[in-house]
Design a protein around this ligand. Structure first.
Ligand code: NAD
Length: 267
């Protein structure tokens, strides 16, 4: 495999599952030292062991992105062990919290709003701030934030999630503008629906699956599709790309959905 990330040090939040895990696997195989920063200790140690058996460079550091002190300790630990941070690929989100408790605004409990915005907005602030401070010292780095197509088009019933991810999209642009003079790039990826473990609860429903298949022009996404694009953004192949919001969505945001009536008229 191409060693696109040879000699690089990458932190991947949410690296125990879904897109983060696919990123850990791909980035290690691409030559990077990878730090899995995730709240799930059992899964983190398990993944670390598996990849180390393959002689890949990986360290798990238990991290709760909503806890600023914990985030600062993780960053200090990474710099002590490896001397630098080249890449942040930030995915951490409590997907069951969002899928099971987010609501349209009129039914959304304040407590859930605060939990989701804390996790996504504050969590992104803490990890980006302290990784960014280290990258400023180095005058280089690539920050990749995972947003969602749900923040580019509406998604009924996910008002705390879409508002939070919308903030990530805005933050991507202003961070890129602010940090670019010192060699740091910032990009956001907006995935469409991705077959990750927690999404399978509803994506296995035949009716929902059919609808999602119609909406994703090139097939429903796999975690590896997102990891491949993150690898490109992490690598020196994308040195002139910053401040951009990349829909990696199998065409999901390219059109208005299936219009049966229109199909009948044109056929
Ligand atoms: N799966 C999709 O269809 C989809 C679509 C668009 C965007 N996204 C976004 O992509 C990202 C990854 O989603 P996924 O489906 O791969 O998720 P996932 O549920 O498979 O993995 C999320 C990981 O984050 C970790 N985590 C949760 N809370 C944390 C915390 N406070 N601190 C550190 N780690 C924490 C979990 O332990 C888990 O390992 C998320 O930001 C999600 O919002 C997902």
């Amino acid at each position: 495999m191409d060693q696109l990330l040879k000699n690089k040090v990458s932190i991947i939040t949410g690296g125990c599952s879904g897109m983060g895990k696919a990123g850990v696997e791909l980035f290690t195989k691409s030559g990077s030292q990878v730090i899995i920063a995730d709240i799930n200790e059992e899964a983190g140690i398990y993944l670390e062991n598996i990849l180390r058996k393959q002689k890949l460079k990986v360290d798990f550091i238990k991290t709760d992105v909503t806890d600023t002190k914990n985030v600062q300790n993780t960053i200090n630990e990474v710099v002590n062990r490896f001397g630098k941070i080249d890449v942040l690929f930030h995915n951490a989100v409590d997907v069951p919290l969002v899928n099971n408790h987010d609501k349209r605004i009129t039914e959304l409990p304040e407590e859930i709003w605060h939990k989701i915005t804390t996790l996504i907005v504050d969590g992104t602030f803490y990890i980006s701030k302290y990784v960014g401070q280290q990258m400023l010292k180095q005058k280089s780095g690539s920050i990749i934030l995972t947003a969602t197509t749900d923040a580019l088009i509406g998604q009924a019933g996910l008002d705390a999630y879409t508002a939070s991810k919308g903030a990530i999209i805005s933050l991507t642009r202003s961070m890129a503008a602010g940090l670019s003079p010192e060699g740091i790039r910032v990009n956001a990826i907006c995935p469409g629906f991705v077959e990750t473990p927690h999404q399978m609860n509803f994506m296995n429903d035949p009716k929902i699956r059919k609808e999602l298949e119609d909406l994703h022009l090139m097939g429903i996404l796999q975690p590896e599709d997102i990891a491949e694009f993150a690898l490109f953004l992490a690598s020196d192949k994308s040195l002139r790309i910053t401040g951009a919001i990349h829909a990696v969505d199998s065409g999901y945001t390219a059109f208005k959905g299936k219009m049966d009536l229109f199909d009948q008229i044109t056929s």
